[in-house]
Every structure is written in C-alpha cells, then in structure tokens.
Design a protein around this ligand. Sequence first.
Ligand code: CAA
Length: 283
Amino acid sequence: MTFQTIGVIGAGQMGNGIAQVFAASGFDVRLNDLSGEALEGAVARISKNLDRLVARGKATDDEKAAIMSRIGTTTDLGDLGESDLVIEAATEREDIKSRIFSDLQPSLQPHTILASNTSSISITRLGAGTDRPERFIGLHFMNPVPVMKLVELIRGINTSEETYRAMLGLIERIGKISASAEDYPAFIVNRVLIPMINEAVYALYEGVGNVASIDAAMKLGANHPMGPLELGDFIGLDTCLAIMNVLHDGMADTKYRPCPLLTKYVEAGWLGRKVGRGFYDYR
Ligand code: CAA
C-alpha cells in the first residue's frame, strides 16, 4: 500500500495537528470541516505553530512554505475522494462520526483506508457501519499532536492484518511511536488517564485538597508535566466526562462513575481552556 494523499475531517485542535504532522512528513493533506471559518482558523493555527519552529531555528521559512503548500482545505467531503487514507477527527459523538463516514463513502476509492481519531468509541462498531470494516482502524493521536510522540493504534474485530501493518509503517513515517490497543472502552491511554483526572476531581469535591494543591502534588510528587485538573482543562472537561461515561457504560462498573462536580462544571459550560473557564480561569 502506498500513501500520498491524506484526508483529515475536522479542523479542531486534533485535526489541525494531524494535518500539520502529515504535511510536515511530505504527504498531501486535504483538511475538511463544515465551515470555511473553521478551516481558516486551522490554517492560521498551523502557520503559527510553524512560525514558532522557525523562530527557534527548528525549521526554515522555505520548509514552512513547503508544508503550508501541501495543505488544501475544503468544506466538501466529496473532495476527499482521492485520499489513500482518511482520518476522521470530528466531534466525539458517535452519531456525528457515523454520519460523516456514510456521507463520505460514495466518493472513496476501493483501496482507501478509513481511520477514526476517536478517544473512546468502539472501532468495531464504527467500522461495522461502513462498507469497509476490514480497512477501518483507530488512530488515536495525543494533544498537542505535533509534540506528543504516541499514536494509539486500535484494531476493531474486523480490521485486517494488512491494514494494521500499513498503519504501523505510516506512524513510523510521520516520526511517531505506536502503541497497539485492543478495542475495549477508552483503549489504553484514556482507560488509565481519565479515571485519574476524575479521581483528582473527587479529591477536590471531597475537600482533600484545593485546585492548586492537587495539581502541585501530582506535578511535583509524580513528575507529571501538568497537574490532573490543568490537564482536564486542556483536554476539555466535556471530553473527560464523555470518556468517563463510555467507561461507566461499557465496563458496567461503578469504579468509573463520573464525579458529580465534573458533571456540574460541564453543565455550567465550564469546559476548560477552550472556553476560557474550567478549574482555572483563562480569561
Ligand atoms: N502545539 C504545538 N506545539 C506546542 C504546543 C501546541 N499546542 N504546546 C507546546 N508546544 C511545543 C512548544 O513549541 C515547545 O516546543 P520546543 O520544545 O520545540 O521548543 C514544546 O512543545 C514545549 O512547550 P513549552 O515549553 O511551551 O511548554 P511545556 O514544556 O510546559 O510543554 C506540553 C507543554 C507539551 C503541553 C506539556 O505541558 C505536556 O506534555 N503536557 C501534558 C500533555 C498530555 O498529557 N497530553 C495528552 C492528553 S490526553 C490526549 O490527548 C488523549 C485524549 O483522547 C484525551
């Protein structure tokens, strides 16, 4: 299997990072979102990230220009038809993802591999709803995508060995490291990480510590680059809650119950850094 053109659906923080990483590795990228505004925002974000690399001497102006020239944008899913691989990085809702795959399907070539960047939804179920479950796989990038080394690779029950091997090679080509996970709720990273964040919210809820002491304890006591509450804000508290719910429902175990304080923050619209307010105030 050869890969030259990569389609990326969703121009949010994950999608624009994925687009940047593939373009920086020499692939042609077609980035899709519903609105031209979202796409312009993503291109501006990628340009800013690359400016930072240029300023630090890690890339030249010419390299930046070449990377930017490899990123095309479109609001029409049909324009992704030429892609050898399409990575969906849309909102973390199963109904939205399934609709995108069924809208996309008619324009795809037979060999195209479909991947989802879902952080917790069943790859087997998403793949089963498409015309190519054997060429459907989970490629879970970490945030911030250009910085984080890992891509979690998740095989659905129908994913073929050929698709899996092709993705192992591709992850290596973009300079990332893969960890293979079986298709169970929230896979590996979020199975471990999100309950830790939820537990930190419980510690706050029960008054074990305040926001500053909980984060300082984990940064300085466990050498985490961010405290768990700061990390929850960074990931998005709505995403954290959605993943806890997937674990709770999928494992049918009360140890995964979401903390009521996390639910309350999400209900209030305090979703973390992206809206300016979460456990911290970013306004
Ligand atoms: N986009 C691109 N590059 C970024 C960036 C961003 N959003 N944020 C930081 N960087 C780059 C900086 O340019 C800098 O690059 P150089 O080393 O080349 O100069 C480097 O990252 C370090 O940045 P800073 O010095 O500004 O800040 P830092 O040392 O505090 O690091 C961090 C920032 C990398 C985000 C670090 O705090 C960290 O690793 N945090 C934890 C991140 C994490 O756990 N991510 C996983 C979240 S879980 C997930 O993604 C899965 C899910 O499904 C929920």
